[in-house]
Design a protein around this ligand. Structure first.
Ligand SMILES: NC(=O)c1ccc[n+]([C@@H]2O[C@H](COP(=O)([O-])OP(=O)(O)OC[C@H]3O[C@@H](n4cnc5c(N)ncnc54)[C@H](O)[C@@H]3O)[C@@H](O)[C@H]2O)c1
Length: 335
């Protein structure tokens, strides 16, 4: 088996704890991965380095895949988001966020299996053109949506749906009000969908979609939407299947992927051995799929299902009284 070098960014808050578990698990799976460790975010600043040091950018540029812990972004002030910068820098245009029910987890629904594909480069979330007037009375933010970026992410979503044998793609928008930006995205979606006649093409307005996700998530299969809507809906979907501790994500570009949990650095539980590493582990499984190590990815997912299904080592976010290290030990035994 060829060895593959991946970049590993431990991140901030709970990041280093859950990344350590992920590396132990990847070592146990013995899939020929080597790690190039790199820092970013608050951790880099604390070491007297740049927010995203050159060495980190070089590692991310050189390696096909990266496993990344969450990175803190201060609200309303301070540095801009490392995550947004990395997505833009490496042209990671599609953010893939599955929400899959896990046996043994107390959650609102037991049979959710959907994937959100979120446009990752533009729209209001990208934070372009932000300003606040000198008197603090007026704030501005620009939303730009382009035909080419919309087409790229929509094509990715439809191709993924086809590859995975899914049946339906729901395009989520607000084109009734945001006729320019959301309208353009919807227009491109209609034209891309014509190349996939075997997939049901559905259109839903974001507010209606949010309500239907809460009432009846099983009606959804693949959802594709613009950046901010995807950001919000993917946390909602994490809540449907048991919370952020279970929600993985992948930032996919033309020749590179950065794999991470949907959740953030969870400062309220950092350093307390309480973080649930499952989201990052499921992201690691997505990375293994991406690196054509599907058999190992499946073994990892099966071991996670086994440990969570047994219910002995659940972390507090899943209603248990277990710890990060206890869960990790059980998982390593299961593997
Ligand atoms: N991709 C990323 O790096 C990313 C994503 C989201 C937020 N953030 C950043 O993270 C920081 C904190 O954000 P936040 O508090 O809004 O969201 P958060 O996701 O860090 O935490 C929200 C809640 O969920 C809990 N939680 C999250 N992950 C958990 C896990 N693995 N196990 C158990 N509980 C978990 C936290 O304890 C908290 O109560 C902010 O600076 C934010 O910008 C980073």
């Amino acid at each position: 088996m060829d060895r593959i070098k991946i970049t590993v960014v431990p991140g901030d808050g709970i990041g280093p704890d859950i990344v350590e578990v992920a590396l132990q698990v990847l070592d146990k799976l013995d899939v020929g991965l080597d790690y190039e460790m790199a820092v970013a975010g608050q951790t880099a600043l604390d070491q007297g380095l740049d927010l995203i040091p050159e060495q980190t950018l070089a590692a991310l540029a050189a390696n096909r895949a990266a496993l990344k812990g969450p990175i803190t972004t201060p609200i309303g002030k301070g540095f801009s988001s490392v995550n947004v910068s990395l997505r833009r820098r490496f042209d990671l245009f599609a953010n893939v966020r599955p929400a899959l029910s896990m046996p043994g987890v107390q959650s609102r629904y037991q049979d959710v299996d959907l994937i959100i594909v979120r446009e990752n480069m533009e729209g209001i979330y990208s934070g372009q053109g932000q300003s606040l007037s000198a008197d603090g009375e007026r704030a501005e933010l620009t939303s730009v949506v382009t035909r080419s970026e919309s087409a790229r992410v929509l094509r990715y979503a439809y191709e993924m749906a086809r590859r995975q044998g899914r049946r339906k793609v729901t395009v989520v928008h607000k084109a009734n009000i945001m006729k320019s930006t959301s309208g353009l995205f919807l227009d491109v979606a209609r034209s891309v969908s014509r190349d996939y006649p075997e997939l049901v093409h559905e259109e839903l307005i974001i507010d209606n979609c949010a309500m239907q996700l809460v009432m009846n998530p099983n009606r959804f299969d693949v959802i594709v939407t613009t950046n901010l809507f995807g950001d919000i809906l993917s946390d909602l979907c994490a809540g449907l299947v048991g919370g952020l501790g279970l929600a993985p994500g992948a930032n996919i570009g033309e020749d590179k992927g950065i794999f991470e949990a949907v959740h953030g650095s969870a400062p309220d539980i950092a350093g307390r051995n309480l973080a649930n590493p499952t989201a990052l582990l499921l992201a690691a499984a997505m990375m293994l799929d991406y690196l054509e190590r599907q058999e190992a990815a499946e073994r990892l997912r099966a071991a996670i299902r086994q440990v969570i299904g047994a219910g002995h080592e659940l972390t507090p976010d899943l209603g248990g009284s277990g710890t990060t290290s206890g869960y990790a030990a059980a998982l390593l035994r299961a593997l």
